[in-house]
Design a protein around this ligand. Structure first.
Ligand code: NOJ
Length: 481
């Protein structure tokens, strides 16, 4: 730990060591890491042959879309400062680094068979080598929301053709990076890709076709995931020995009461959120409750078929079992109560789901969520791929320390008391990033980035010191039993 980090940490060790924090240690085999994503940190948006992606496009053509008209053109400049980022990971003692690859940096036009950008491949080779040289495992997200614009121009994810384009890109990744990358994550939070990007107009490409394009998007994404998994399994896995999964996010949905109706509503919310993707890749299809509800509502709305597309029997077989672990991004908890059926003519994901939701403060939801995953998906290996707190700028982020400590404490109980097979925890994010619609107005980093300084210097926050100590001691308090 360097001096800067130690001083910040010591200013924090005396505060609120809440009695509810678990005072046992994480198992020796448990790994801690941190994460970022390409568009959020790299910058260099048009350097060395990179193609335009949907975030470049939306930020440049519609600046009002982002707080303070900002964009990721430079971001944290990790394209040039990746060695500094790796040094921060080393300082933290992180066991692994989750980062994403920018598709348009590798295949600028995105289309299968179109030219490959060697400079893009070389950049990620340098980053991966730097990690390996420092004893830090690379964990690679293949798609973290930055679709090449050319693929959006042919309709984006609702277009089933994207399965083939994604497979072309996936093969390039396995061929070039598979020697050193043993952990692959196909898609990050596909719910946000599909629901926010195509259902709503909340994220790029801001399409806005709720209850229709979002379900088509999901259908393609799940098939693209399965195609990448099978490609890897058939041609690379035996030699490279890697593992693959999909990053799915959910809050913990807590029933508002003990009533059967509230319990059913909370389970339905979990199935419509996590199950939407996980049930498919584990069991082969969408959750039955989604199939039934969307079918019934579609018919009542005058459709002759469901708005939720159907997989063929061959597709069901092909998709089933395309995971080596399940991955979870979790940031909060939600209180759920049963709701009267809304206007049947309302076409949309939320009316298809139809529950009342109220966000609550609930770090204890971590334990419940991983228990639910364990029970629902037959005791898989579980990786927490994101967890963290958004807050204003500032180095004294005691609230973030509390947040991490409470979520980790809840996770520790799940591991030690419930025997849930969780193997990794990933703090989001390593450094401050371009936080999508919020631009640079909120931060999640363990390290602050000064976005007003052209050099983008990084400075540790108190939470970096706390997290470094957790990794070193495996203990969430000053001392453990
Ligand atoms: C989830 C996303 O994967 C990540 O890109 C984002 O920055 C965090 N949540 C925080 O909002």
């Amino acid at each position: 730990m360097d001096l800067r980090i130690l001083v910040l940490y010591l200013t924090c060790v005396f505060f609120k060591n809440s009695a509810s924090v678990d005072n046992r240690t994480f198992p020796e085999t448990f790994k801690f890491g941190s994460a970022t994503a390409s568009y959020q940190v790299e910058g260099a948006w048009n350097e060395d042959g990179k193609g335009e992606n949907i975030w470049d496009h939306v930020c440049h053509t519609n600046p009002d879309f982002i707080a303070e008209d900002d964009n990721g053109d430079v971001a944290a400049d990790s394209y040039h400062k990746y060695k500094e980022d790796v040094a921060l990971l080393k300082e933290l003692g992180a066991h692994y680094y989750r980062f994403s690859i920018s598709w348009a940096r590798i295949v600028p036009k995105g289309i299968a068979g179109s030219p490959i950008n060697q400079a893009g491949i070389d950049y990620y080779k340098r980053l991966i080598q730097e990690l390996v040289d420092n004893g830090i495992e690379p964990m690679v997200t293949m798609y973290h929301w930055d679709l090449p614009q050319t693929l959006q121009d042919i309709g984006g994810w609702p277009n089933a053709e994207l399965v083939a384009h994604f497979a072309y890109y996936a093969r390039i990744l396995f061929e070039n990076f598979g020697d050193n990358v043993k952990l692959w994550l196909t898609f990050n939070e596909p719910k946000q890709t599909c629901l926010d990007g195509y259902g709503l107009a909340g994220m790029a490409p801001a399409y806005g076709s709720i209850g229709i394009a979002d379900y088509r998007c999901t259908h393609t994404v799940i098939k693209a995931h399965a195609r990448a998994y099978r490609l890897f399994e058939e041609e690379f896995k035996a030699e490279q020995q890697g593992k693959m999964g999909m990053v799915v996010d959910t809050a913990w949905f807590e029933p508002g009461s003990d009533s059967d109706q509230d319990k059913e509503a909370a389970e339905r919310a979990l199935q419509f959120t996590y199950g939407w993707f996980a049930n498919a890749i584990v069991n082969g299809n969408y959750p039955q409750v989604m199939i039934d509800r969307i079918d019934a509502r579609s018919k009542a709305q005058g459709y002759t078929i469901s708005r939720l597309p159907e997989f063929t029997d061959d597709e069901l077989e092909y998709i089933k079992g395309t995971h080596d672990f399940v991955a979870l991004n979790i940031y909060g908890a939600v209180n759920v109560t049963w709701k009267e059926e809304t206007d049947v003519n309302d076409v949309g994901y939320w009316s298809d789901l139809n529950v009342n939701e109220q966000g609550i403060d609930g770090p204890w939801g971590m334990r419940k969520a991983v228990n639910w995953l364990s029970k629902t998906y037959n005791n898989p290996e579980i990786i927490i791929t994101e967890n963290g707190l958004a807050r204003p700028r500032g180095l004294d982020d005691d609230d973030r320390i509390n947040y991490i400590r409470e979520y980790l404490s809840s996770l520790l109980e799940a591991i030690l008391d419930d025997g849930v097979h969780v193997t990794r925890y990933t703090a989001w994010s390593l450094i401050d990033t371009f936080e999508w619609r919020s631009g640079y107005t909120t931060t999640l980093g363990l390290y602050e980035v000064d976005f007003d300084n052209p050099d983008r210097p990084r400075t540790p926050k108190a939470s970096a010191g706390y997290y470094a100590n957790v990794i070193k001691t495996r203990c969430l308090l000053d001392a453990c039993e």
